[in-house]
Design a protein around this ligand. Structure first.
Ligand SMILES: Nc1ncnc2c1ncn2[C@@H]1O[C@H](COP(=O)(O)OP(=O)(O)OP(=O)(O)O)[C@@H](O)[C@H]1O
Ligand SMILES: [Mg+2]
Length: 447
């Protein structure tokens, strides 16, 4: 183009009132050459300051039309208009640059994010939006892409930092794509301000660290207290038992009653401590499993023998339904017994009259064998609205100060965790006022 622009020499470019003519670096403006074929034009800048590529004011047969550099790169006015419409309403900042890395499109969100108006940003290099440390790598990457077509960022999303007009850095998520402009490859960046997300991530990380610390403090507290808590209780239970056996001489009926109360309270406390320690052990992943083949009839008889007296004391019928003798499972005996004890205990505890029944069935589903062990009662049942809270730790349905049933609300929570540990699940069905059935389902062995 030499000294001519749009068919005019520098001095011939018509000067409009109030608007200084600005023709910037003649050689660089290939764009002008293209436009000059379409328009008889002059290039002005609203500020009067020479600038590389601002919005182009073109005079086309007497009318002044604004030609945006982006439209000029796109070539196709329809596509450009459609893109502009979409991009202006986007929540993310959308910035396009021409093959020289000069901003040619800038949406409203970009203005809000970086603090530059479209007029101030368009025509500036992309590096304006980055902290100093990114500028050299950006230029090198740009040159490499232009020469070799090899790009590291294009087509992907990266987390970097942006720089506002005030010089404030903020974290952004940047997705970069490339498209063919009429003068070579152009770039469009979709930029999301992730300051809020980063703040939340950081807070979460800090919370996680705090929680991990608190958790490991709790674990070591429980591990060391485990011994300290259980040893004295065992001594109380053991020596009360010896006294009750009257080996050291006869006791009065009142002494027997009081010693029995001491013994049962200590046992209650020990079982509560055991439950809490068990939950801690499961949570810290230190509970060991010792699976072995078990006949269901054996384990159910064992649990029933232990808990039957409590049911009979309340005047309840207590039954173990007849079952095939050969139903077998391969699991940890102590854990299974613990789960069943919790469920049977609950059935007895929450039933005032009627019966508690234990039954065991096997079934086959999709080539898998399952064993269902159910404990049914004719007790108080559970209201539908209370049912989703049952398995939460330290949760009891009846929280009134006059509640009739003691307990920590830990039995079902622990049972569900123990069941998961041995690959089982606990389900239930309950009708308020009529009774409940809790079922433990385990993988069975092929008969
Ligand atoms: N068979 C049942 N019938 C009616 N309600 C039940 C039954 N089993 C459990 N619940 C309800 O579920 C709640 C939670 O049971 P869970 O066994 O976890 O705690 P708990 O029996 O109250 O105390 P813990 O078992 O720790 O001594 C109970 O408070 C009770 O309201
Ligand atoms: Mg319970």
């Amino acid at each position: 183009m030499g000294g001519l622009c749009g068919g005019y020499s520098r001095s011939q470019i018509p000067c409009k009132t109030g608007i200084a003519v600005a023709v910037c670096q003649w050689d660089e403006l290939k764009l002008l050459d293209t436009l000059s074929r379409k328009y008889e034009f002059a290039l002005f800048l609203d500020t009067g300051m020479p600038r590389k590529l601002g919005p182009l004011w073109c005079r086309n047969q007497g009318d002044i039309t604004v030609i945006n550099p982006y439209d000029a790169e796109m070539g196709n006015a329809d596509s450009a208009a459609r893109f502009r419409m979409m991009a202006q309403t986007a929540v993310d900042a959308i910035v396009s640059a021409n093959p020289d890395g000069i901003i040619v499109f800038w949406n409203d969100a970009a203005e809000k994010m970086f603090g530059y108006s479209a007029g101030a940003a368009i025509g500036q290099p992309l590096t304006l939006l980055m902290p100093e440390r990114y500028r050299l790598p950006h230029r090198q990457g740009f040159v490499r892409y232009m020469q070799t077509g090899v790009a590291h960022l294009i087509g992907g999303t990266v987390e970097v930092h942006g720089l506002t007009r005030e010089g404030h850095e903020f974290p952004i998520e940047l997705s970069l794509s490339v498209w063919n402009g009429i003068h070579g490859p152009c770039f469009t960046a979709i930029i999301r301000d992730i300051s809020a997300r980063k703040k939340i991530e950081l807070a979460l990380q800090q919370k996680t660290v705090e929680l991990e610390k608190a958790n490991s403090a709790k674990d070591s507290f429980l591990a060391s207290m485990s011994h300290e808590l259980r040893t004295p209780l065992n001594a109380i239970i053991g020596f009360t038992g010896t006294l009750l056996m009257q080996l050291h001489g006869p006791l009065t009926p009142e002494q027997v009653t009081k010693l029995s109360t001491i013994q049962s309270s200590a046992k209650h406390l020990r079982s509560l401590i055991n439950d809490i320690l068990n939950v801690a052990e499961i949570d810290s992943g230190t509970m060991e499993l010792h699976p072995e083949p078990i006949f269901c009839s054996d384990i159910l008889e064992e649990v029933a023998a232990r808990l039957r007296p409590a049911a009979l004391n309340k005047g309840l019928l207590f039954e173990v339904a007849p079952m095939p003798q050969d139903i077998q499972i391969h699991t940890d005996r102590r854990i299974l017994s613990q789960i069943l004890s919790h469920l049977v205990n609950n059935a007895i505890k929450y039933t005032e009259q009627g019966r508690v029944e234990i039954c065991c069935n096997r079934r086959k589903e999709h080539e898998h064998h399952y064993v269902d062990i159910s404990i049914s009662d004719t007790g108080i049942g559970i209201r539908p609205e209370d049912q989703r809270r049952l398995f939460q730790a330290f949760t009891q349905v009846d929280t009134s100060s006059t509640r009739r049933h003691g307990g920590a609300g830990l039995g079902l929570h622990l049972s569900r965790k123990l069941a998961a540990l041995i690959g089982g699940v606990i389900s239930f069905h309950s009708e308020f006022g009529r009774g409940s059935t809790f079922t433990l389902t385990l993988e069975g062995q092929v008969p």
